[in-house]
Design a protein around this ligand. Structure first.
Ligand code: NAD
Ligand code: TYD
Length: 350
């Protein structure tokens, strides 16, 4: 197998590359095509980047020439490359449409011309939108409600159309919220862990009672490895962690793990269009023979330990990266100035 992994220098992609090099040994060659946006970190793969069966190419999935070069001789493709942060998408960043829709198109076109064994499009549970009760199955209608999830839904359906129209053997995965080592400190868990280590406030949106299902990143990586062989072309697979919780509960667990006081919690103005609850039915994947294994408490303990041990990884971002600091000011400056110790009104369902 010669595998093109796009976005392999980000959070999930780097965990996946480590996983597949371990599980398949000499049976795989990996090409990682990554633009190295703010969310990437070459250090994520420092322990594997000298391996003879690993190659890095610095390039953009929206660039047909870079994609042509990277896909040369590849039997399989896994597309992780994306702009991924909902809050940044709400700031009106066009790169979400560029990468998450047009980039997918460029990859699919190359795969169509070349012919590949599998093309895995990494989609997200957010394409379904919000659900008050029960869980989304792969048959549920898509109802994305923010620019990130809408652009991912575009990429998801575009990938499907290449199966339906041209027979490109596309497999689509929709995973729930990932957490674990190497996650950029803008998402809930790494932001709150690193803020709490520094006794900085933890800005909880709205009433803190939005629900997410938490999937340990290594379980996600193992699921993708599994689906490279077991996934049926044209099919969608939900990937869940089986760990649903309100954000306030996750926050309290982070604080308990670090032995920090709950007084660090600040309720701040809600995210616009904030999806209330995500919940996935992953029985289709279970029937194929895969289930996530990591209980949230043990995954969180490992994650917190990782951030404690790897200050060399996150402090340069949080303390020295001017763009990160500017983003933090834009996103949280006013919110923290008007925050309170008690819950704010949720944004409501529009
Ligand atoms: P991330 O933001 O940590 O990393 C994204 C990576 O993609 C970075 O390395 C970045 O440099 C690269 N990239 C961005 N634009 C690119 C472009 N135009 N060309 C080439 N590379 C580019 O993201 P992540 O959290 O690892 O997410 C990976 C994938 O998983 C995404 O497709 C995301 O939508 C999906 N997903 C994420 C989650 C989650 O909880 N993080 C859950 C479900 C699905
Ligand atoms: P996030 O990690 O951004 O993932 P997503 O929006 O893709 O689910 O957010 C997870 C949950 O945590 C979501 O309900 C929003 C909430 N949240 C906060 O309350 N405060 C924050 O500072 C962040 C980043 C997220």
């Amino acid at each position: 197998m010669k595998l093109l992994v796009t976005g392999g220098s980000g959070f999930i992609g780097s965990n996946f590359i480590r996983q597949i090099l371990e599980s398949r040994g000499d049976g795989v060659r990996v090409v990682n095509l990554d633009k190295l946006t703010y969310a990437a970190n070459p250090a994520n793969l420092a322990d594997v980047d000298q391996r003879p069966n690993y190659q890095f190419i610095h390039g953009d999935i929206t660039d047909p020439e870079a994609v042509r070069t990277a896909m040369e001789g590849c039997t399989d493709v896994v597309n992780f490359a994306a702009e991924t942060h909902v809050d940044r998408s709400l700031l009106g960043d066009a790169s979400f449409i560029e990468t998450d829709v047009r980039g997918v198109f460029v990859l699919l076109e190359e795969a169509r011309k070349r012919g590949v064994r599998r093309f895995i499009q990494i989609s997200t549970d957010e394409v379904y939108g919000t659900i008050a009760e029960g869980s989304f199955t792969e048959e549920s209608p898509l109802n994305p409600r923010n620019p990130y999830s809408a652009s991912k839904a575009g990429g998801d359906r575009l990938a499907y159309s290449y199966w339906a129209s041209y027979g490109v053997p596309v497999v689509i995965t929709r995973a729930s919220n990932n957490y674990g080592p190497y996650q950029y400190p803008e998402k809930l868990i790494p932001l709150f862990v690193t803020n709490a280590i520094d006794d900085q406030p933890l800005p909880l949106y709205g009433d803190g009672r939005n629900v997410r299902d938490w999937l340990y990143v290594r379980d996600h990586a193992a699921a993708i490895d599994f689906l490279l062989d077991a996934g049926e072309p044209g099919e969608v697979y939900n990937i869940a962690g089986g760990n649903e919780a309100e954000n306030i509960e996750i926050t309290r667990q982070v604080l308990r793990e670090l032995k920090k006081p709950e007084s660090l919690i600040r309720f701040v103005n809600d995210r616009p269009g904030h999806d209330r609850r995500y919940s996935l039915d992953a029985s289709k994947l279970a029937r194929l023979g895969f289930a996530s294994r990591t209980a949230f408490q043990s995954g969180l303990s490992e994650t917190v330990a990782w951030y404690r041990n790897r200050e060399d990884w996150w402090r340069p971002v949080k303390e020295k990266d001017a763009a990160y600091r500017e983003y933090y000011r834009t996103q949280y400056g006013d919110r923290l100035a008007t925050s309170s110790a008690t819950a704010k009104e949720p944004a409501g369902r529009r």
